[in-house]
Ligand binder design. Structure first.
Ligand code: FE2
Ligand code: FE2
Length: 314
């Protein structure tokens, strides 16, 4: 079949809501876009363990420590599902991991901010995992089967992450004056960076149109951001914290909450590598990767010998 006929058939399959599987024909660019998106997503899950891991040793109670430990482990699992799902597109894990440790592959800008108090851990659960759910619920309907299936499982865990963060923050926001201040301060610092997690505005997002056409995404950055703002306003009110935006206002005509200007210059600086923690995050990941080399070698050798023994036995 001619190349453009193949493209046409592919688009028809997408438009009919069919799911694309690894062995199906797909345009080169669809494959490339998915590899970029899924590996960025995987890197984000792994880097995301760093700001929270920072508080495991200092969690305020054994129970908080247990929950945080479980959450951080979940994020490692998310990274693993996503690297495995991306591997079905013909890229190796080493290539992906080294692409961001030594190259310039991106990961979510949010993880380049520091966690200064335990309230940050509460707010990350509530806002950052909450934003991830909005994005990932959409991706669970993505046209690429392995990505969509990974997302379904991940979303269930993210929902636990969000609830535990919200519950902790609610408790802190109704605690002593000092605790209330700490909770509010964390909300103030994380609110705008969380809104940036949905990516640049639609008219400045070069990949969005194509991803929507191919059914990888079904909603635009701005649509997702708006639905996140709408639900966050209610949640903030319910626990008595303020969102740090004087322009937040309910719009009767649209039925949505209007919000102020996002500080995009800051977003682009963080993306360029100049966020408060970019260098430290990469340094930590590089160190872990290099110190783990012997583990990977040992595992590969073990697998090789096991296979050899099985072959001998059969
Ligand atoms: Fe996650
Ligand atoms: Fe999470």
């Amino acid at each position: 079949m001619k190349e453009n006929k193949m493209h046409q058939r592919f688009q028809e399959r997408i438009d009919n809501g069919e799911i694309i599987e690894p062995k199906d024909w797909m345009p080169k660019r669809y494959r490339r876009q998915l590899i970029r998106m899924m590996s960025q997503h995987a890197h984000s899950e792994i880097v995301g363990m760093l700001p929270e891991g920072n508080w495991i040793q200092r969690a305020p109670s054994l129970n908080r420590k247990k929950v945080l430990l479980a959450k951080v482990q979940d994020e490692a699992g998310h990274g693993l599902y996503l690297y495995s799902a991306a591997e079905t597109l013909g890229v190796s894990r080493r290539e992906m991991v080294e692409g961001y440790i030594y190259g310039n592959a991106k990961y979510s800008s949010i993880f380049n901010y520091p966690t200064l108090t335990f309230a940050d851990i509460c707010v990350i659960g509530w806002l950052v995992d909450g934003a991830a759910i909005v994005n990932q619920t959409m991706l669970a309907k993505s046209s690429y089967g392995p990505y969509a299936r990974a997302m379904i499982r991940i979303c269930r865990e993210e929902s636990f992450h969000k609830k535990q963060g919200y519950e902790m923050l609610a408790k802190m926001a109704s605690g002593t004056v000092g605790q209330q201040r700490m909770a509010q301060d964390a909300v103030n610092r994380w609110w705008w960076p969380t809104l940036m997690m949905f990516g640049p505005p639609d008219d400045e997002s070069p990949n969005s149109k194509e991803l929507i056409k191919w059914g990888v995404k079904t909603k635009s950055n701005d649509e997702l951001r708006q639905s996140f703002v709408d639900r966050s306003v209610m949640e903030a009110r319910a626990i008595g914290v303020d969102l740090p935006d004087p322009e937040l206002k309910y719009n009767e005509d649209t039925g949505h909450w209007d919000f102020g200007e996002i500080p995009w210059e800051e977003f682009w600086e963080v993306i360029k590598g100049n966020g408060p923690m970019n260098r430290e995050r990469i340094r930590a990941r590089r160190k872990a990767y290099e110190e783990g080399e012997w583990v990977r070698k040992a595992a590969a050798e073990y697998a090789r010998k096991k296979k050899l023994n099985e072959e001998k036995a059969s």
